[in-house]
Design a protein around this ligand. Structure first.
Ligand code: FES
Ligand code: FES
Length: 227
């Protein structure tokens, strides 16, 4: 990718390093402590780094990381937050996004990453009940916050959230990639305006794009739940 292209995509830092180049020069070692069963995972992250993760999923999840920067210095921070009602403590690199941590560290892959630059809305989650783009929120900023992802809408397929059922009933998806972001945005809308008009739904949902063109059915599904 040319320098011009990187700048256009907003991925070049003040130091002149792109995010990918920075991460490529960063060594990452991750270890975890847990109560209950553990799983040892080795994975190559989407940004090119190789990671070893020990993670246990229990009532309270703990993810511990040690991150070494290009010069050998530690780059890390500790935040405690709630995710779908569960207290979680994360020791995180200061440039990890909330979307990255949710997906790659906590296994909450319902939150999707597509543009990764705030353009599409696919990664929308609720932070203290307000919709935010998780690809633009740093995990280190989320201390004390309450995060809700699409996994928080329903614990199993027998007890779907009304929005989930309405999306099914109205065929409001095709590939489904945008659907988690659409539903989280819609949830925030209905909390803000319980009985919106068609125009209000279209305006509020304007930042939640659907490349499959399911917008008319998405609006119909939201209006049904509102009704
Ligand atoms: S992935 Fe966050 S807005 Fe597109
Ligand atoms: S259903 Fe495919 S992007 Fe919306």
């Amino acid at each position: 990718m040319s320098e011009k292209e990187k700048k256009r995509k907003g991925r070049v830092s003040k130091t002149g390093l792109s995010r990918r180049e920075f991460l490529a020069g960063t060594g990452i070692v991750i270890g975890g402590a847990a109560i209950g069963g553990t799983a040892l995972l080795a994975a190559c992250g989407g940004d090119g780094e190789t990671e070893t993760v020990t993670q246990t999923v229990t009532q309270t999840q703990t993810v511990t990381t040690t991150v070494v920067g290009p010069g050998g210095e530690a780059i890390e921070g500790i935040v405690t937050l709630k995710v779908n009602g569960e207290d979680i403590t994360i020791k995180t690199n200061d440039n990890w996004t909330l979307a990255y941590v949710l997906r790659e560290k906590l296994g909450l892959t319902g939150t999707k990453r597509a543009c990764d630059d705030g353009s599409c809305g696919f990664c929308t989650v609720l932070m203290d009940n307000r919709p935010v783009l998780a690809c633009l929120v740093l995990a280190i900023e989320t201390g004390g916050k309450s995060i809700e992802t699409v996994e928080g809408l329903a614990r199993n397929s027998a007890n779907l959230h009304p929005l989930q059922q309405a999306f099914i009933d109205h065929d409001a998806l095709q590939c489904g990639l945008c659907t988690p972001g659409q539903m989280m945005t819609a949830k925030a809308l209905l909390a803000f305006i319980p009985n919106p008009t068609d125009a209000q739904v279209r305006e509020y949902m304007a930042g939640a794009l659907c490349r499959c063109g399911a917008h008319p059915n998405i609006v119909a599904a939201i209006l049904e739940v509102a009704g």
